[in-house]
Write a protein that binds this ligand. Structure first.
Ligand code: ZN
Length: 453
């Protein structure tokens, strides 16, 4: 049996905050073990657990920046969605793997060590299944392995084109399943689970999943373990349609029809009443916030202060990948609130709290929960997923443990993640991913083929 590797840092972020001169051990499988003492390798001044990215549609990275030109009428989420559907039609398993691997390299370099892939691009563009039917899911699993990022795969159930139960449009055909074929997909994917791959459930949204199907999936044996994610209350139009057709607001309706608990991740949850905000907080469900995408799409602002005061759990996702950076997500989560309230330091709910520390701590814990991981910290039993900040950066000169996270999150304009360890292996060293040239070359060729039609 191999001896564990021993590491230490001048400052190590433990569950509650920074510890000085702290060490940990990593066993041969890449899991953190209790520090047995002995000669530890010093890996840096500022060492933190990597951030889970709780919401991703990988293929959308390749269209980032292609929907920023004004259209004929008022642009919104719905006009953006048309661009996205057109783009998705050109992507098969090979292109998806190339795009996702490039994205996952970018995520690792930015400080994300795990990603929850909310995956609905299941079939061929005409809606017929690939052989095997899970080919697109396997492309994502392969991409995560190549890049070395941890993956929580969330195959999406997508059945109807609106709350009225209308069938999927031509362009939505490739997203669709009935309940039986969805459960078969889930079963097939569960066979691939290991220390780094978890398979959970995603319901696309209430508008895409009829009530009977929701009930059937949640009652199935396969739904008794793993995280459950759903897009909810992202758009005012969605809230209005839900009210008109189901007689309740989306969050209200969901809590009336499902046992929402800590296994759930409610993605966006933007448009909430006070009662809904408190209800999500009480349930232990994670609010899956994607501030750069929500800003880019013009969605609206999450009621952060009320939610934190109610003890709510949250995590961050890069969703459409208009930006791939935990720094930007957390910064804009706070800045959106400041712009709206004309006040400062909103996420810090108590005197002397640091905004950066509060947000980092919350997003680590909520992100781990939404990923189906037991722990969000470098503790015995967790995967050894960590990042080392660049202590040579002038920005971090004369910063102590009380100010380093705020400086990084609010003033870090050049990347400050120097090294990244994933499951005990260094995947990024000195700002470079070990396979980034090959993955970027293949990505360029794939995007060129898509553009050429
Ligand atoms: Zn999404």
């Amino acid at each position: 049996m191999n001896e564990p590797s021993l590491y230490k840092a001048a400052w190590l972020w433990r569950e509650g905050g920074w510890s000085t001169d702290a060490g940990f051990a990593v066993d041969a499988s890449g899991t953190v073990r209790d520090d047995p003492g002995g000669n530890a390798e010093s890996i840096g001044r500022w060492v933190l657990p990597g951030m889970p990215n709780l919401h991703s549609h990988a293929f959308q990275r390749a269209m980032a920046g292609l929907a920023e030109r004004r259209g004929g009428s008022a642009d919104s989420f719905w006009s953006w969605r048309e661009t996205m559907y057109g783009f998705a039609a050109a992507i098969g398993p090979e292109a998806l793997q190339a795009i996702a691997a490039q994205l996952y390299v970018e995520m690792l370099k930015a400080g994300y060590t795990r990603v929850c892939e909310f995956h609905y691009l299941h079939h061929r563009p005409d809606g017929t299944p690939y052989a095997p039917p899970e080919a697109m899911s396997l492309a994502l699993i392969e991409a995560a392995r190549e890049a070395g990022i941890g993956l929580t795969l969330l195959p999406v159930l997508y059945m109807s084109g609106g709350f009225d139960g209308r069938p999927l449009s031509t362009r939505q055909q490739r997203f669709g399943h009935d309940v039986d074929s969805y459960l078969r997909l889930l079963d097939a994917l569960r066979a691939h689970e290991d220390d780094d791959l978890r398979v959970g459930i995603a319901l696309h949204s209430l508008r895409a999943v009829p009530e009977a199907a929701l009930r059937e999936v949640l009652a199935s044996e396969l739904a008794q373990v793993g995280p459950i994610h759903i897009h909810i209350a992202e758009q005012i139009g969605e809230v209005q349609d839900c009210l008109a057709i189901r007689g309740a607001r989306p969050v209200e309706w969901l809590f009336d029809h499902a046992d929402v608990d800590a296994r759930w991740c409610l993605v966006h949850a933007t448009h909430l009443t006070e009662a809904e905000t408190a209800q999500i907080a009480r349930s232990g469900a994670v609010a899956g916030l994607c501030p750069t995408t929500e800003a880019n799409l013009g969605d609206g602002l999450f009621p952060l202060a009320a939610y934190l005061d109610a003890g709510g759990a949250l995590g961050i996702g890069s969703d459409s990948h208009i930006s791939v950076s935990p720094v930007e997500e957390l910064r804009w989560l706070e800045y959106g609130q400041r712009l709206q309230t004309r006040r400062r330091n909103i996420a810090a709910r108590h005197p002397d709290d640091s905004v950066g520390e509060t947000l980092w701590r919350a997003a680590l814990a909520g992100g781990a929960r939404a990923s189906g991981l037991p722990l969000g910290a470098l503790r015995a039993g967790a995967r050894a997923d960590l990042i080392v900040l660049d202590d040579n950066s002038p920005l971090l000169a004369v910063r102590d443990e009380a100010s380093v996270l705020d400086s990084w999150l609010f003033a870090g304009n050049t990347p400050l993640v120097r090294d990244v360890m994933r499951a005990g292996q260094w995947v990024v060293r000195d700002f470079r991913h070990h396979d980034e040239e090959r993955i970027a070359t293949r990505y360029r060729a794939a995007v060129q083929r898509i553009a050429a039609g």
